[in-house]
Every structure is written in C-alpha cells, then in structure tokens.
Design a protein around this ligand. Structure first.
Ligand SMILES: NC(=O)c1ccc[n+]([C@@H]2O[C@H](COP(=O)([O-])OP(=O)(O)OC[C@H]3O[C@@H](n4cnc5c(N)ncnc54)[C@H](O)[C@@H]3O)[C@@H](O)[C@H]2O)c1
Length: 276
C-alpha cells in the first residue's frame, strides 16, 4: 500500500545491482511512494547486474560511477540535478565490498592494500558523497541521507572480518557529518543497521546461512528482510522523521538488544560441547 510519502521528492540511490539488492527494493518503494530519482553503480556492476530493468520500471536515469572517485561523484550530482530539475531531497548509500572477504583472508592475516580498499569503498565513499553534495549544495533543507550498516560495528561476529571496521567508520561518519550538515543546512544523516539479508554482498559473508538462522532465532520479530528495510528507508526519507539525525538505527527485529532467546536455547541444547 502506498501513502504518497515521497510525493514531489527527488533523490539519488547508490548500490542497486540486481533484484536482491536492498537498494533495488528501496528504489521500487520510493517510486511507489511518488519519488523521482537517479540510480548509480560502478560500470562493472552495470555489466554484471540488471539495472536497466529497474531504470525502465521506475523511469530513472542511470549514472555510472565508482563511489571512491570524487570526480565520478561530482558527475553523479551534477547530472542528477540536471535530470531532476534541481536539488535532491534524499540519498541512499547502499555500497559495500571487502576484497579480503572475497579472497577468504582472515582478520589476522589481512592484506593491507585490500583493507584500504574495503574502507575506501565501504566507508570513505560515504564521506566523499557527503562532501561533494555539500560542496555543490546539492541537497535541499530538511533533506535526508541514509547509509546501510550492520551490527558487527558494535559486536564481533565471526566471519564479518574487516567489514566490521568499515561499518564502525561508516557510522562515525554519519555522526560527524550529521552534525555539520544539520547545523548548517538542516540535513539529516543516519545509518540503518540491517539484519543479515540474502543479497550478492550478503552471500559473500562467511557462514551467512548459519548467521541468518541464528539471528532469526534470536530476534523476537525475526529478521528484517530487504523489503522491510526499504519501507524503513522510505520513512527516513519522508517528512515524518525530520528531527532524526546522527543516529545508527537498528532495523533487526530486536536482535541487537537480545542476549539469549528461548528459540536459540532450544537449538543450542541439541549439541552440548565443552567450551575450550
Ligand atoms: N546483505 C546483508 O546481510 C546486509 C546487512 C547489513 C547491511 N548491509 C549493507 O547493505 C548495503 C547494500 O548491500 P546489499 O546487501 O544490498 O548487497 P549488493 O551486493 O546488492 O549491494 C552492494 C553494492 O555495492 C556496490 N559497490 C561495490 N563497490 C562499489 C564502488 N566502488 N562504487 C559504487 N558502488 C559499489 C555494488 O556494485 C553493489 O551494487 C551494503 O552497504 C551492505 O554492507 C547488507
């Protein structure tokens, strides 16, 4: 059911690769809610994914960009404002990648070039997007910027590797830039800490199926899926959340507040092993 929550609003959505992507679902929901936006992803992702389909469905222009390149990002904002006929009101950063995770290197045997890349792609890109937007004065007053994070920023989860550090930095950037952008332009900046979700990036995490089962059993409301996440993003882009800023907002069915649940105990009881 649509509520016209984003009627008249313009935005940029980074990171839709295929129909499993969280950003894809956000684009679909934002379209349903009346928004106009542009889509951006890397040239490689445009070849590997099927963004054309989403572009057609939502009437959105695709602007290729590597989010680690300031020049590319400047082009995204300039072309978006040209296409949409003015400044934007909302932006989604749905970008993450770790070459260390991809190559199966463990946290105590990281390759540092890869580590730099992880941070550049998954965290610094967020700062670059915000800095370029501010320099070009590309976001309207009371605009809303959202990036996607994960609870591994606060808690250690086996297999999440250097992406945990990347998410901690991402959340910190949201607070630091959120202060400046809020103070000067009344623009809000938040991160959503999403449940583990079966997507292309999600599938790269070691033991993702076990993790999804574990968080499902631990969370009173069960895991939030990509569509739930898209609904939450829409509320944050809307005028109903104008005073929410500099927050990391857990969207995880309650997982982050749990210690142990009845459903998890039942499963755990099935195999007692001695703790080393
Ligand atoms: N899937 C999960 O379990 C989960 C949970 C919490 C948070 N997140 C976060 O959600 C976001 C979206 O991931 P997803 O799960 O939808 O997977 P996804 O693979 O669909 O999206 C990741 C996107 O990042 C893009 N990307 C990679 N390098 C880039 C670069 N240099 N420039 C621009 N874009 C680049 C990819 O092309 C892809 O579209 C990520 O930040 C991810 O860490 C995912």
């Amino acid at each position: 059911m649509a509520f016209n929550l984003l009627k008249g609003k313009k935005g940029i959505i980074f990171g839709a690769l295929n129909d499993m992507s969280i950003a894809w679902k956000v684009a679909e929901k934002a379209h349903e809610e009346g928004a106009e936006f542009t889509l951006s992803n890397t040239p490689v992702a445009l070849r590997l994914g099927n963004l054309d389909e989403l572009s057609e469905k939502t009437g959105s222009m695709i602007i290729p960009a590597d989010a680690t390149s300031v020049e590319d990002l400047e082009e995204v904002f300039e072309k978006s404002m040209e296409k949409l006929g003015g400044k934007i009101d909302f932006l989604l950063h749905s970008i993450g990648m770790s070459p260390n995770v991809r190559k199966g290197l463990t946290y105590d045997a990281l390759d540092y070039k890869n580590f730099h890349k992880t941070l550049d792609i998954s965290s610094l890109s967020f700062h670059k997007i915000l800095q370029v937007a501010r320099k070009l004065d590309a976001i309207n007053e009371w605009g809303s910027v959202v990036a996607l994070s994960y609870v591994a920023a606060q808690r250690t989860l086996y297999g999440y590797n250097d992406m945990a550090d990347a998410k901690a930095l991402l959340e910190s950037i949201a607070r630091s830039f959120g202060y400046i952008y809020g103070r000067d332009k009344k623009i809000r900046v938040n991160t959503i800490s999403q449940s583990p979700t079966r997507t292309t990036a999600g599938s790269g995490v070691k033991g993702i199926d076990t993790l999804i089962d574990f968080t499902e059993r631990m969370s009173p409301l069960c895991n939030a899926d990509a569509e739930d996440c898209a609904n939450y993003c829409v509320t944050l882009f809307s005028d109903l959340t104008r005073k929410v800023t500099m927050q990391n907002l857990f969207h995880d069915g309650g997982f982050s507040s749990m210690g142990m649940s009845m459903r998890a105990i039942k499963q755990y009881n099935k195999s007692f092993e001695e703790c080393p």
